[in-house]
Design a protein around this ligand. Structure first.
Ligand code: HEM
Length: 161
C-alpha cells in the first residue's frame, strides 16, 4: 500500500514539474518573446531555453511514465483502457506518448540539424508556436482534472465498477 502512495506522490511531483513548465512557457515566456524587438534574437533565446527545459523534462516524463505504469500494475487497472468512463487513462498515456516522442526524438534531431536561417522569423512565428503549446496545455489540464476527479471516485455515472 505504501509503495502505491509513494508512486502516486512521485507521479504528481513529476506532473507538476513537467506540465507546470509547459504552462510557464505558454503563458509567460512565449508572449514575452513575441514582444521582443528582434525576433531572431528571441528565437535564439527560445532554442536555448527549450534545450534546457527538455533536458529536465526527460527525467520528469520518465518518472511520470514509470510511476503511472507501476500504479496501473498494482491497481490491476488494465481493464480501464477498455472503458470510456476512464477516458483520462487514455489521455494520460496519449499526452505522455506525445511528449516522449517530442523530447526523445524530435528535440535531439532538431539540435543535430544546422539551425535554419533566422531572417524569416517574425512575431507570427511565436504566435504559431504558442498556439501549439496552448493546445497541449489545455489537453494536459483537462486530463489532470479528469485524473484527479476519477482516481478519487468521481466518475461519469454508469462508469463505476
Ligand atoms: C504512461 C503514462 C501514464 C500512466 C500509465 C498513468 C497512470 C496513472 C494511474 C494508474 C493513476 C492512478 C489512478 C487511480 O488511483 O485510480 C494516475 C493518476 C494520475 N495521473 Fe497519471 N499516468 C500517466 C501519465 C500521466 C500524465 C501525462 C499526467 C498529466 C498530464 C498524469 C496525471 C495524473 C494525475 C493528476 C493523477 C491523479 C493523482 C491523484 O489525485 O491521486 N498522468 N495515473
Amino acid at each position: 500500500m505504501d509503495d502505491l502512495i509513494l508512486a502516486r506522490v512521485l507521479h504528481v511531483i513529476g506532473v507538476v514539474l513537467w506540465i507546470g513548465g509547459v504552462a510557464m512557457v505558454t503563458l509567460v515566456l512565449l508572449p514575452g518573446l513575441k514582444r521582443m524587438a528582434s525576433p531572431a534574437e528571441a528565437m535564439n533565446f527560445f532554442i536555448d531555453f527549450r534545450r534546457r527545459f527538455a533536458a529536465q523534462a526527460r527525467y520528469t516524463t520518465l518518472l511520470v511514465g514509470l510511476s503511472g505504469l507501476y500504479m496501473t500494475y498494482v491497481l490491476d487497472a488494465w481493464h480501464r483502457f477498455m472503458q470510456w468512463q476512464y477516458w483520462w487513462m487514455h489521455t494520460m498515456v496519449l499526452i505522455w506518448l506525445l511528449f516522449t516522442v517530442m523530447l526523445f526524438v524530435f528535440e535531439p534531431r532538431s539540435r543535430r540539424r544546422k539551425q535554419p536561417s533566422q531572417t524569416n522569423i517574425t512575431a507570427q512565428t511565436f504566435t504559431r508556436i504558442q498556439r501549439k503549446h496552448m493546445i497541449l496545455l489545455i489537453l494536459s489540464l483537462i486530463t489532470i482534472a479528469g485524473a484527479v476527479a476519477g482516481s478519487h471516485g468521481w466518475l461519469i455515472p454508469g462508469g463505476r465498477i
